[in-house]
Design a binder for this molecule. Structure first.
Ligand code: ADP
Length: 426
């Protein structure tokens, strides 16, 4: 349409330039008519709008050809372009009208027109190309979008499957990290999480297995000896010994279950922090262990700073000292000495528990605060615990923002140092 219009304007302007002013001559009109015979566009010149009827083979209504508004535009020397139904030609046309103006008088016009139907026909092939191209473009885009979606969806699908597997208890599942974008990061985070859960799960399983194992030994002792007693297989001294053994194993189980309870509790409980006079707590702990110490004729020497006040939970602090001092008694020979020394240093209360016992081999030292870790399993079957004491101490000390250090020389003794933050006076 635009092409047709501008071509018509160009032709019209050429014809316009041949007009030299004055009255539009017959010669000029004829020249345009001749041009019309060779031109693609219909073109004619009219001397005066009122005379238009003389030049075209149609009934001319001047008012439908040019309205007063268009006349004004033409008088200004400007072109008029129209698209639409022209009554005079009885069809849809695009038309261009150029003025032939001389001294502010509209001497005539050049009228060019072209049927719209022909343009539409031309456009049809172009539209077909357009539509074809559009469909092709849409297809290419669709394939592209589908591919990208698939790329995005695949890791998400993998993630969903992995989550389902985890829900079913398979913690070994991992997803492939294929990109560095948000989804890649999500996959990586998922793998980290899966790893932590798997580790925690394995820890729990080991813990349960160890607990079962620890309980099985005393239970089988108790079962065996009680059956023997029931079946009257033992008598006199043997019977007494069996009963004593049953009693000892029952105490061992009681202790183990108590320790287990402590382990579980201290993880869940919020501890209540109150000002505690440390020397009092230590003295009370020692008093509870005096019986055990006396049995082995062990002397416990206390050298305590009476001014150490810490923020803490009294029962838990007591538990710390009992566990450590009990170890010192248990792993010392008869007639030995244990020293409990407390003092202040650099805003901290330091408590040192020194024994002259059997000591701990260097290679075991880094592990003795682990759950169920025992230096000599065979030995501790007789007088030791399940290897939970120091792991409880470690966690309780941590709850009090304190620190635990253990030094030992085999055959000479062990030094356990606990430091706790002093309560600030203000
Ligand atoms: P248990 O309840 O078996 O004593 P702990 O966690 O208290 O467990 O101690 C772990 C291991 O560390 C013990 O089995 C023991 O071998 C060793 N141990 C702890 N304290 C001492 C000590 N004062 N002297 C020598 N060995 C010790």
């Amino acid at each position: 349409m635009e092409d047709t219009k501008s071509e018509m304007v160009e032709i019209g302007e050429n014809l316009q330039s041949m007009y030299t002013g004055g009255k539009v001559t017959d010669g000029y009109v004829e020249m345009v008519e001749e041009f019309n015979q060779y031109s693609t566009y219909n073109v004619f010149a009219v001397r005066n709008p009122r005379e238009l009827s003389a030049c075209v083979p149609f009934e001319i209504d001047y008012n439908t050809l040019i309205g007063p508004d268009e006349r004004r535009v033409l008088l200004n020397g400007e072109n008029v372009t129209k698209i639409g139904y022209e009554e005079r030609f009885n069809r849809e046309v695009v038309s261009v009208i150029l003025p032939l103006v001389d001294q502010n008088r509209l001497e005539g016009i050049i009228y060019l027109y072209y049927p719209l139907a022909k343009i539409t026909e031309l456009a049809k092939t172009e539209v077909a190309i357009f539509i074809g191209g559009g469909i092709l473009f849409a297809l290419v885009i669709a394939v592209f979008v589908y591919q990208s979606l698939k790329r995005i969806m695949r890791p998400l699908n993998d993630l969903q499957k992995a989550v389902e597997q985890m829900t079913e208890g398979d913690y070994s599942t991992r997803v492939k990290v294929t990109s560095k974008d948000e989804i890649g990061m999500l996959s990586e985070a998922f793998n980290h999480m899966a790893e932590s859960i798997q580790q925690e799960d394995e820890k729990q399983k080991t813990f349960l297995a160890t607990v079962s194992h620890e309980l099985r030994t005393p239970i089988s002792y108790i079962k065996g000896y009680s059956e023997a007693i029931q079946n009257q297989l033992l008598d006199g001294k043997e019977r007494e010994e069996a009963l004593e053994l049953i009693h000892r194993e029952a105490i061992r189980m009681e202790r183990l279950t108590n320790e287990l309870l402590q382990l579980v509790r201290k993880q869940q409980e919020e501890i209540e922090m109150l000002p505690i006079v440390l020397s009092e707590t230590i003295r009370e702990s020692v008093k509870l262990l005096e019986g055990q110490a006396n049995k082995k004729n062990i002397r416990i020497v206390q050298n305590l700073d009476e001014n150490c006040i810490v923020q803490g939970d009294e029962e838990k602090l007591k538990q710390i000292f009992i566990n450590v001092i009990e170890n010192a008694i248990r792993y010392s020979n008869e007639n030995a000495k244990i020293t409990v020394h407390s003092y202040q240093s650099d805003h901290r209360a330091i408590i040192e528990i020194q024994d002259e016992g059997i000591g701990i081999p260097e290679e075991d030292l880094p592990h003795i605060t682990e759950r169920f870790y025992r230096v000599n399993k065979a030995r501790s079957r007789i007088d030791g615990g399940a290897g939970l004491g120091l792991s409880i101490v470690k966690q309780l000390v941590k709850q009090h923002d304190g620190a635990l250090a253990i030094k030992s020389v085999v055959g000479e003794g062990t030094l356990v140092t606990i430091s706790l933050p002093l309560m600030e006076e203000d």
